[in-house]
Design a protein around this ligand. Sequence first.
Ligand SMILES: *[C@@H]1O[C@H](CO)[C@@H](O)[C@H](O)[C@H]1NC(C)=O
Ligand SMILES: *[C@@H]1O[C@H](CO)[C@@H](O)[C@H](O)[C@H]1NC(C)=O
Ligand SMILES: *[C@@H]1O[C@H](CO)[C@@H](O)[C@H](O)[C@H]1NC(C)=O
Ligand SMILES: *[C@@H]1O[C@H](CO)[C@@H](O)[C@H](O)[C@H]1NC(C)=O
Ligand SMILES: *[C@@H]1O[C@H](CO)[C@@H](O)[C@H](O)[C@H]1NC(C)=O
Ligand SMILES: *[C@@H]1O[C@H](CO)[C@@H](O)[C@H](O)[C@H]1NC(C)=O
Ligand SMILES: *[C@@H]1O[C@H](CO)[C@@H](O)[C@H](O)[C@H]1NC(C)=O
Ligand SMILES: *[C@@H]1O[C@H](CO)[C@@H](O)[C@H](O)[C@H]1NC(C)=O
Ligand SMILES: *[C@@H]1O[C@H](CO)[C@@H](O)[C@H](O)[C@H]1NC(C)=O
Length: 455
Amino acid sequence: MLGTQLLLLLILVIQSTGQLIRSFEMLIKTDQQFECSNTTCLPYSLTKAVNIGDCQVICLSQTQCQAATFHYSNSNCELFDNIVYQFGIMLNNIDTITMSVISGTRFSVGYNSINVQNRTIYPLTGFQPLNLAVKDINGDNKPDILTIDRSSSGMGVLLNRGNRTFFPEVLHTTGSAPFVVAVGDLNNDSKPDAVVSNTGSLAIGILINAGSGTFYPEYNLTIGGNVNPITIADVNNDNKLDILYSFWSSHSVGVFFNDGNATFSSRTSYATDASPIGIEYIDVNNDNQRDIITSNSDSNTVSILLGKGNATFFPQSTYPVGISPSSLAVADLNGDDSPDIVVTNSVSNTTSVLINRGNGSFLTQVLYNVGNGPSSVKIYDMNNDGYPDIIVANSNSNNIGILINKGDGSFFNQATFSVGANPSAIVVDDIDSDGKSDIIVTNSGSNNIAILYQN
Ligand SMILES: *[C@@H]1O[C@H](CO)[C@@H](O)[C@H](O)[C@H]1NC(C)=O
Ligand SMILES: *[C@@H]1O[C@H](CO)[C@@H](O)[C@H](O)[C@H]1NC(C)=O
Ligand SMILES: *[C@@H]1O[C@H](CO)[C@@H](O)[C@H](O)[C@H]1NC(C)=O
Ligand SMILES: *[C@@H]1O[C@H](CO)[C@@H](O)[C@H](O)[C@H]1NC(C)=O
Ligand SMILES: *[C@@H]1O[C@H](CO)[C@@H](O)[C@H](O)[C@H]1NC(C)=O
Ligand SMILES: *[C@@H]1O[C@H](CO)[C@@H](O)[C@H](O)[C@H]1NC(C)=O
Ligand SMILES: *[C@@H]1O[C@H](CO)[C@@H](O)[C@H](O)[C@H]1NC(C)=O
Ligand SMILES: *[C@@H]1O[C@H](CO)[C@@H](O)[C@H](O)[C@H]1NC(C)=O
Ligand SMILES: *[C@@H]1O[C@H](CO)[C@@H](O)[C@H](O)[C@H]1NC(C)=O
């Protein structure tokens, strides 16, 4: 083998306690080492390793490690953080083996720390939980859960006891066939209020927080059409939280402007493509004015309405996604400080990633396969490596998928975790206040909530 350059692809896999693994792919050069004559190409670290695999593991555990050389005779494991100079000029040495990380194939340090295997199921008294929100409702600094139990026409409140247990669900009556819930302080009393979309009664319902974890009876804002997701945000910059909703049946998004005490006397709307279902309100073109982004279930597109800052918006620009887009999430995936778009496509069983060019225009979607009937998506850094990951609920596969970010806004294949029947919505929050984010899922087919705790 002396002198030959053997190019091999080695996949190193470490099975953790959880289902997730961490790995990277390395290029191997047997019987070779770097020819190094100055400090720029010296190893940054020299340790002992039991064997080649051990040396790889040490490299894997250090984010800056780009290459490792193992010496059989003295068990030296040399780690390199900068190999830009070295590869053209290798030195033959039968005592060594050199391995370099193939860029883009690395699961970062911390991947191993994801352990969402500890699933706990919480039964509900309501039926068909379709959506949820997580927020401290009763002011005890513990995040509580609000659910939307569609076929019970109710909003459930599960108050957190703090030890991974909850008080039994208390149901509050909503309009018929509620679909989503959002929370925000609508009357400036420092207590989060709830806003629900009632797709049966064609109205937005408002439940004002009465303190101690209870809500006053719902009052409603009649829409006269099918309202879908809602987001609560100050749209006209008057420091009062308004209600922004995707108006599914009229191919638009609407805003109810808050008078200041959770009364809403004026309303406007903006055109989108057909049947907006997901909605986000976030600045995508870095002009400090927030923009509206929707996923449009009947036109298979996303719409971007750039904001002018005074509750007026430019006409939409649209981008194709997969078939029957459902949920939408917007966050910077590739570290360029411009938010990117992720959409679940419920009929094509894929997730679209649209990377922002930096000015609120987007590159053509990149598609990733997920499970069947993806219904909900969130973006969150699950492995604390600084790169946000994608979490999807695969409604017809009865699991959630986590797609780990490679660091550049591209993603590894999903790792799946079973939850319950027909997961419909997900939230990531530290529900047990242990400093690690947990995944909270409504299972609309089994009438319960699954929480995947990270230990
Ligand atoms: C160090 O050596 C490498 C080749 O081994 C060379 O390409 C590089 O320019 C050298 N750096 C300095 C600072 O001399
Ligand atoms: C799962 O969570 C429970 C409750 O906190 C805890 O007692 C148990 O040790 C955890 N199991 C694992 C495998 O982490
Ligand atoms: C959780 O705390 C409640 C009261 O705060 C207590 O009744 C219950 O037994 C605790 N449950 C567990 C599993 O520790
Ligand atoms: C509005 O709320 C009232 C009181 O809860 C309820 O009786 C009524 O049916 C609701 N109307 C609509 C359109 O949701
Ligand atoms: C909200 O209440 C605070 C006092 O708690 C007050 O300073 C602020 O002006 C109020 N905001 C609005 C928009 O009324
Ligand atoms: C508060 O709400 C009432 C109706 O309930 C309305 O008459 C009043 O003008 C509102 N006040 C403000 C400051 O918006
Ligand atoms: C909103 O701002 C834009 C751009 O600054 C301006 O052209 C437009 O007239 C404003 N519209 C309203 C209703 O203030
Ligand atoms: C955004 O940037 C891209 C790439 O730099 C450019 O091609 C495009 O025309 C820009 N779009 C707008 C709306 O400025
Ligand atoms: C998507 O999943 C559904 C089940 O939800 C299945 O019937 C269908 O064949 C899948 N479609 C594709 C394109 O894989």
